[in-house]
Design a protein around this ligand. Structure first.
Ligand code: PEP
Ligand code: MG
Length: 754
């Protein structure tokens, strides 16, 4: 083998990696990579295999020298053949033996037999296997130490890029299902997932990242000027609709769209290009791509949202160019598939009439799921990457009742879903929701308070209408998250007053903002390696006293003549509670000094959502006026199972003896010390868990507004004696399986009425 310049190769690879962001597909990048490496190392073959986590297989992603038709098709289990062997190793696998080679699996038609001299270098990030880079030569003399070292350096150099590339691969390339490329399309069938909200949606699939990927040749029905004008008037209408329904979070939510429509370099440029003779759809695509590229190049994550704004606007203009209907331009009749979405974008999609959403990957963060629930948007998250292999335009059912996605359903299945959807709508239209009267009496006459979890002002109105006795949890971070910034004290007062007023005198329990974890304001808090174990909830507030004070003052002012509670999220020690209480007292004093009307005696409580908190109930109860058990987080922290990770969803969702026993202890301690205690995690609305809570002495259940009616009806049906017996059986169960059997029985017994 002739000598080569290792440094020049590494530089060439670096240049390639930097180009990745600008390449249209990762396939192209990998093809360039194997060419460059093969050229520099005079190799007969260079290939890249990337590890597919879901399928636990190594997939041939690019090759120079082997059969190109098998790219994407050769799949090896870790440990299989030399490549699979290299993947499991921490060091390169160098095989010079031509006769007794470890090439124990010769893949038909791949053409490996001619190149028996093999070098495979694992690509790793820490312990994480990302793939394998292989070289092959005809001659057994070809591989020397320098080649080995260089390849190793490249593999380590590329690890981060390839990891990012994998994300890009999912986010950009696969959804686009590039024409002519034999990606394995998934055209019909079932994808299992988990429900992130409730309901059923039927619509044509549209990828969020593909909103203006329209062919330039489609025939347009409007001029560019007309389409831009129509887009502006549609956005104006949308903005008006916002004012009525979602004013707390969506103030001027379409403002960036409107600004861009007025911008000469955006809409103006589209008009100009069209006048110069460019097909209008192509003009939209060119300008959108250009803007998206520019925003993407800015590292601040807030600009990611701008990219989505630009694409969304392009989508609207393109649809208006194509459509005959005045009302078109939105997502009616469509379900959107995405990798992730910002809370503000979810609100926009909702206002633009999207029917439902499906996610793959880390998209359905807990706050996005909670928001989807509030907006009544059916949403399912799946870990199955085939979601991105469905061609756009295919009919998709988002079944958020059962956590399923049905791709291109057979006519009878579609009809069954349509029937269910019709029934739900009829029920909604008929106002089939006679309010509950809380406290609701159980079958044996014990009073149970049904409270509401509220995320938006809109929910507070629903909570009142449906008869919730109080707001048990107002998640005050939503206006912050959706607007992606910190509203002023005055703005917060306006929002909180609306919440209080909506309840017409019934008590409201505000939770101070629980930011951090997966509830991040883009670009403002800073990223952390383990955000759920990081700077979240009360920890954030105690370090940002100015923001904390603004919020407390706003809550106290809004609750001036009402009964209000203030609770703190993620409190892990009495010390944190005392520090927070001190801040409330200071806020009360400052409001008095400022002469502003305010509440003088808010009840102060904490969320019980960390394992350590459950051990110090006696000390806490001496200071804290009430407890609210946040089982969404408590489960996550007790089981070490991320509430947003679909791979551990079944672990997260199954009742666990350890958690149940801790809850029984916590409740008994609160009751013994005469402290009010409620449950506000999502499982307060699960029949088996609700029964357990009643059985251990909980008398206050705080549930999402969509669950108020069902929970009320359920409570009326059960007797406390039965609840106590069931709770005792559940507490005696030592395994998840045993507990599952009891929980299953309860759910079955009450399922007919739910
Ligand atoms: C909880 O953790 O159970 C809870 C109600 O709070 P959130 O879901 O907002 O974290
Ligand atoms: Mg919580």
């Amino acid at each position: 083998m002739s000598r080569f310049d290792g440094l020049a190769l590494i530089n060439a690879v670096t240049d390639l990696a930097e180009l990745l962001g600008r390449r249209t597909t990762i396939d192209q990048f990998l093809a360039d990579l194997v060419d460059t490496v093969a050229d520099h190392l005079n190799a007969d073959v260079c290939s890249v295999y990337l590890y597919d986590v879901e399928q636990d297989l190594l997939v041939l992603r690019a090759t120079r020298g082997l059969n190109p038709e098998l790219v994407g098709k050769v799949r090896l289990a870790p440990g299989e053949g030399l490549t699979g062997h290299a993947f499991l190793k921490n060091s390169p696998v160098l095989e010079r033996n031509t006769e007794e080679s470890l090439l124990n699996k010769t893949i038909p038609d791949l053409g490996e037999e001619q190149y028996p001299s093999f070098l495979g270098v694992p690509i790793k990030r820490g312990e994480l296997g990302i793939g394998v880079l292989t070289l092959q030569y005809r001659s057994s003399e070809a591989i020397d130490d320098q080649a080995l070292r260089t390849l190793r350096a490249i593999a380590s150099h590329l690890a981060a890029t390839l990891e990012n590339a994998a994300a890009l691969y999912e986010a950009q390339e696969i959804p686009r299902s590039p024409a002519g490329v034999e990606t394995e399309r998934f055209e019909s069938g079932l994808l299992n997932g988990t429900s992130a909200s409730r309901g059923i949606a039927i619509g044509l699939l549209e990828y969020l990242d593909e909103r203006v990927n329209l062919t330039g040749s489609a025939s347009v029905r409007r001029s560019m000027e007309e389409a831009v004008e129509l887009s502006a008037s549609q956005l104006g209408d949308l903005q008006k609709r916002v004012d009525e329904t979602l004013s707390d979070v969506a103030m001027m939510i379409f403002s960036s769209h409107l600004l861009m429509l007025r911008d000469a370099s955006f809409a103006g440029r589209m008009i100009e290009l069209a006048r110069e003779g460019m097909p209008p759809l192509e003009a939209v695509q060119v300008v959108v791509d250009d803007f998206a590229r520019r925003f993407s190049a800015i590292p601040d994550p807030r600009f990611q949202e701008k990219v989505q704004d630009v694409q969304d606007l392009g989508h609207r203009i393109a649809r208006n160019l194509l459509a005959h209907q005045e009302k078109d331009g939105d997502y009616r009749g469509h379900v959107v598939v995405a990798r992730d979405v910002f809370p503000s974008e979810l609100v926009k999609l909702h206002l633009q009439n999207v029917e439902g959403l499906a996610f793959c990957g880390g998209g359905a963060t807990s706050h996005v799921a909670i928001l989807a629930q509030s907006l009544g948007l059916p949403m399912v998250a799946t870990a199955d990457p085939r979601l991105f292999a469905i061609p756009s335009g295919v009919r998709l059912v988002v079944d958020a009742e059962d956590g399923k996605l049905v791709v291109d359903p057979a006519p009878e299945i579609l009809e069954a879903y349509r029937g269910r959807l019709r029934k739900t709508r009829q029920r909604e239209e008929a106002g089939d929701h006679a309010p509950i009267v809380s406290p609701v009496l159980t079958a044996d006459g014990v009073a149970i308070s049904i409270l509401a979890n509220v995320n938006l002002v809109k929910d507070a109105r629903t909570a009142h209408k449906l008869g919730a006795e109080e707001i048990g949890l107002y998640r005050s971070e939503f206006p912050f998250l959706i607007r992606n910034g910190f509203p002023t004290e005055e703005e917060q007062v306006t929002v909180y007053r609306r919440v209080v007023e909506a309840m017409e005198g019934r008590p409201v329990c505000f939770r101070t903002m629980d930011l951090g974890g997966d509830k991040l304001l883009a670009g403002q808090i800073g990223r952390e390696d383990n955000p759920f174990l990081g700077f979240r909830g009360i920890r954030f507030l105690l370090e940002h006293r100015d923001l904390f004070r603004d919020q407390l003052r706003a809550m106290l002012r809004a609750g001036e003549d009402r009964e209000i509670g203030i609770q703190f999220p993620m409190v892990v020690s009495i010390d944190e509670f005392l520090a927070a209480r001190e801040e409330v007292n200071r806020s009360i004093a400052s409001l008095r000094d400022d002469g502003l009307a305010h509440n003088h005696h808010p009840k102060l409580g904490i969320m019980v959502e960390l394992p350590a908190t459950t051990e110090i109930m006696a000390e806490l109860a001496a200071e804290v006026e009430f407890f609210s058990i946040g089982t969404n987080d408590l489960t996550m922290y007790m089981l070490g199972a991320d509430r947003t990770n679909h791979r551990v969803a079944s672990l997260y969702r199954s009742p666990h003896p350890g958690i149940l026993r801790a809850l029984a202890r916590v409740t008994a301690e609160a009751i013994a010390r005469k402290r009010s205690i409620s449950v506000c995690g999502a499982d307060a609305a699960d029949p088996a868990m609700a029964l357990f809570y009643l059985g251990i002495g909980i008398r206050r259940l705080s549930v999402d507004t969509g669950e108020i009616i069902r929970t009320g009806a359920y409570v009326r049906e059960v007797g406390i004696k039965y609840a106590e017996e069931t709770a005792a059986r559940m507490l005696a169960a030592g395994s998840v399986e045993e507990l599952g059997v009891v929980a299953g029985e309860v759910r079955k017994r009450f399922s007919e009425n739910r």
